[in-house]
Design a protein around this ligand. Structure first.
Ligand SMILES: NC(=O)c1ccc[n+]([C@@H]2O[C@H](COP(=O)([O-])OP(=O)(O)OC[C@H]3O[C@@H](n4cnc5c(N)ncnc54)[C@H](OP(=O)(O)O)[C@@H]3O)[C@@H](O)[C@H]2O)c1
Length: 334
C-alpha cells in the first residue's frame, strides 16, 4: 500500500492534514515510479492548505517537491540524463509529493548528483529555482551587478541564504535584513563579509543606507510584504525595484501612487508557479541545471532544522513555521 498526505478542507495544516492508504501505483508510458526518501515542508505548501476552501470535493494531495529512488520506468519513456532504475532523483513540480510512492511525469524527474546528500536533494529544486528567478528579475535593473546594492528581507530563510551565497559567488553587493538581532548574529557568522541589519532597531533603514556606503539601493527582494515592503519602497533610490515573492505579513502593502511616481519605482511580484507556466521548456531545463549547480556549490547552506516521520506530521508543520528555525523541515515517509 501507498501512504499519502492529503487534506479535505482548508485550515490549519496540523488540523486538516491526514494520511490515507491507497494501492501502490505503477508507471505508464512517460512516467517514472519513485520510492520517496524525503520531502520538505515548504511555507508555500502550508499557505496552499490554509488558503483552500472550507470543503473540498475530494482529498487534495499535499506537497510539491520530494526526493527518492527510481523503482521503475514506464515503457518507452524518455528520461533526463542520469535518471535510471536504482538512481536517486528529485521531482518538482509534483502536486501530491508528500507520499511514499510517486508516479511522476518523466519531464519533472531530475537526477541527483552523487555529491549531494538526501537532505540537500530534498531541497534541490524549489528554493534554488526561486533564487534563479529572483536573480534574473534583479538583473533587469541596470545598476544590478555594477554600483547598485541589493537588499533582501527574511535573509536568514532557506531562500535568503541561497540568495546570499549566489550574490557572493557573482560579486553582487548585498545588504541582508532580518527581524531580530539573534538572527543577525547567526547570519554574520555564516557570511562574515555581508552586512546584516535587524529591523528591531528603529533606525534600521539608515543602517542599510550606511552599509551601502552611499551607493544606490537599487533592488529589494521581499517575502514579507505589508509595512516592511512600504519601508523598502522608501529605502530604494530613484529607479529602484521591489521584488515581492512572499506573503508572510497579513496586512496589505499600502501605497500612495506618489511613492511610485516620485522615484519611478517598479513593484514586481514573482512566484515559481508562474515561472512554471511562463518559461519555455528550454528555459526551465536551463534553470534546473543552474539549480543543481547552486545545490552543489552551496550544499552547506541547505540546513535541515529537523526531520520527522509520516506519523509526526503535526509536529513537522508546527516546526516549519517556528520563529528562529534555521533550515528546512523534512519528512522521511518510511
Ligand atoms: N514566490 C515563490 O515562488 C517562493 C518560492 C519559495 C519560497 N517563497 C517564500 O519565501 C519565503 C522564505 O521561504 P523559505 O522556505 O526560505 O522559509 P524559511 O526557511 O522557513 O524561513 C522563513 C523566514 O521568514 C522569517 N519570518 C517569518 N515571519 C516573519 C515576520 N513576521 N517578519 C519578518 N521575518 C519573518 C523567519 O525569520 P526568523 O528567523 O526571525 O524566524 C525566517 O527567516 C516564504 O515566505 C516563502 O513562502 C516564495
Amino acid at each position: 500500500m501507498n501512504r499519502r498526505v492529503v487534506y479535505t478542507r482548508g485550515g490549519l495544516p496540523a488540523d486538516v492534514l491526514t494520511v490515507i492508504e491507497e494501492p501502490e501505483p505503477a508507471p505508464e508510458h512517460g512516467q517514472v515510479l519513485i520510492r520517496t526518501t524525503a520531502f520538505p515542508v515548504h511555507p508555500g505548501d502550508l499557505q496552499a492548505i490554509e488558503a483552500h476552501p472550507e470543503t473540498a470535493a475530494k482529498p487534495v494531495p499535499a506537497g510539491v517537491e520530494a526526493t527518492g529512488v527510481v523503482e521503475a520506468i514506464g515503457p518507452e519513456t524518455r528520461v533526463a540524463p542520469g535518471v535510471e532504475v536504482g538512481g536517486r532523483v528529485t521531482v518538482f513540480p509534483y502536486p501530491g509529493a508528500w507520499s511514499q510512492w510517486l508516479v511522476a511525469d518523466a519531464e519533472v524527474v531530475v537526477a541527483v548528483p552523487d555529491e549531494l546528500s538526501d537532505e540537500v536533494a530534498a531541497q534541490m529544486l524549489v528554493n534554488p529555482l526561486t533564487t534563479v528567478m529572483l536573480r534574473r528579475e534583479a538583473q533587469e535593473h541596470l545598476a544590478f551587478g555594477y554600483d547598485g546594492f541589493l537588499v533582501q528581507t527574511a535573509a536568514g530563510s532557506s531562500v535568503g541564504r541561497l540568495v546570499t551565497g549566489v550574490s557572493q559567488f557573482h560579486n553582487l553587493a548585498l545588504v541582508n535584513v532580518v527581524r531580530g538581532e539573534r538572527g543577525a548574529v547567526e547570519l554574520r557568522k555564516r557570511f562574515p563579509e555581508v552586512p546584516v541589519v535587524a529591523t528591531e532597531h528603529p533606525d534600521w533603514a539608515d543602517e542599510v543606507r550606511k552599509a551601502a556606503g552611499g551607493r544606490p539601493v537599487s533592488v529589494a527582494f521581499d517575502p514579507i510584504g505589508g509595512k516592511l515592503a512600504e519601508s523598502l519602497l522608501d529605502l530604494l533610490t530613484p529607479g529602484g525595484k521591489l521584488v515581492s515573492y512572499g506573503l508572510i505579513a497579513e496586512e496589505p502593502i499600502s501605497l500612495h501612487a506618489s511613492t511610485l511616481l516620485s522615484k519611478s519605482l517598479t513593484l514586481r511580484g514573482k512566484n515559481i508557479g508562474r515561472w512554471l507556466s511562463e518559461a519555455s521548456a528550454e528555459r526551465r531545463a536551463s534553470d534546473v541545471a543552474t539549480a543543481k549547480q547552486i545545490a552543489l556549490a552551496l550544499k552547506d547552506q541547505f540546513d535541515v532544522a529537523a526531520t520527522y516521520g509520516l506519523g509526526e506530521l503535526a509536529n513537522a508543520v508546527e516546526h516549519a513555521v517556528r520563529p528562529g528555525k534555521v533550515g528546512a523541515v523534512l519528512v522521511r515517509p518510511r
